[in-house]
Design a binder for this molecule. Structure first.
Ligand code: SF4
Length: 367
């Protein structure tokens, strides 16, 4: 039944809310690699000290100014490392906010996140604070983060930020170690008043290179469970590096739809972001990548303008063309809406255009 309905999806392109060829939706700026935590799955292989070639304050302000030149303003996510290891972080937030850019921040759950720091972030205009929680209990989370007490501190930070009036988000990396805790964690988050739960599907880069990740079938089951939670929880749920969740949701919606034109459902699903498509990452030294999980260097700020890199880099442009995908993703009717994680394809195969390694879907005619 679902297979029949999927054939109606054909190659229809989604209606875009913004033109990802011109403007990203999200720009991640890794303000530093310095961090006091030693998380198992750290993409950045964060260190205790910042790199000597880290972009200084003036360069960082110039980078923010360049972001205002995109035709549509992106959302800026200040990440790391731990952004609070930078003394000028409040200045960067304020500068971006005054320029009309919405700013989120992903501080590490350390003693640096004091009530005073939260207050300064609020005064600087921060739009959202995102904190990582990787398990429904302290034992699971602290084992991942490498620091005892990290779970309790994360909960305290989320509560303090919410009390200060700052919208909060929780980031969770899903692994075999916490897969059984989706429902229990979802319930905990419901009591924290968050606005968004972002569930990361592991990409084997950085310190996560040798960690076990979910199989394709486990991803599919996780999608179903996340979708059920999305129907009942008061906060939004999105996935990161799992665009095939969109394929799952669309399949589910089509199978549930009644009425004649079931394909209409697909037409109104906005295209999600993917590595290089709606997403750009600027490293602590100014190197520009399609995402933080896809370490292909496409340009270098400040030598090059970040708008030019995003719009014209051959790698960025190719990543936005779903017809350039290889393997089963090339033949998949969901390729414009999904396209698979390009970062995971690159990490696993060395080819950023290879088929998504962790997708269970088999397009018609692909064995
Ligand atoms: S085959 Fe590729 S494009 Fe199709 S749903 Fe899976 S990951 Fe997405």
């Amino acid at each position: 039944m679902i297979r029949l309905l999927q054939s109606k999806v054909s190659d229809r392109r989604p209606r875009l809310r913004r033109d990802f060829k011109c403007s990203p939706l999200l720009v991640f700026y890794e303000v530093t690699q310095a961090c006091d935590l030693v998380c198992q799955h750290c993409r950045a292989c964060a260190q205790t000290r910042s790199h000597p070639a880290e972009l200084k304050t003036d360069d960082s302000l110039q980078l923010i100014d360049q972001l205002t030149e995109f035709p549509s303003q992106p959302m800026l996510v200040l990440t790391g490392g731990d952004p609070l290891k930078r003394a000028d972080i409040f200045q960067l937030v304020e500068h971006a906010t005054r320029a009309g850019i919405g700013v989120s921040i992903t501080p590490s759950a350390t003693p640096l996140v004091t009530p005073a720091a939260i207050g300064r972030l609020r005064e600087a205009g921060i739009a959202r604070i995102a904190i990582s929680i990787d398990g429904a209990d302290a034992a699971t989370h602290d084992a991942t983060r490498g620091v005892p007490g990290s779970f309790d501190r994360s909960l305290q930070i989320l509560t303090a930020a919410r009390t200060a009036g700052i919208p909060t988000q929780v980031n969770t990396t899903l692994t075999p170690a916490n897969l059984a805790q989706i429902e229990s964690l979802a319930e905990i988050l419901a009591h924290l008043g968050i606005v968004m739960w972002s569930v990361f599907f592991l990409v084997p880069v950085g310190r996560a290179r040798d960690l076990p990740r979910l199989s394709a079938d486990e991803c599919e089951m996780a999608f179903a469970r996340l979708w059920r939670q999305a129907q009942r929880q008061p906060y939004a749920i999105k996935t990161t590096e799992a665009p095939h969740y969109r394929r799952y949701v669309i399949q589910h919606q089509i199978s549930q739809a009644d009425g004649c034109d079931r394909t209409a459902t697909v037409g109104f699903v906005p295209a999600g972001v993917n590595d290089g498509k709606g997403v750009m990452f600027v490293s602590h030294t100014g190197l520009v990548h399609p995402s933080g999980f896809l370490p292909i260097v496409c340009g270098a700020f400040p030598r090059e303008h970040v708008v030019d890199i995003y719009q014209n880099s051959p790698v960025f442009r190719a990543l936005r063309d779903a017809d350039k995908l290889a393997g089963k993703c090339h033949f998949c009717e969901f390729r414009h809406l999904c396209g698979g994680s390009r970062a995971r394809a690159y990490a696993v195969t060395g080819d950023a255009f290879a088929a998504e390694p962790d997708c269970a879907y088999q397009p018609d005619g692909v064995s």
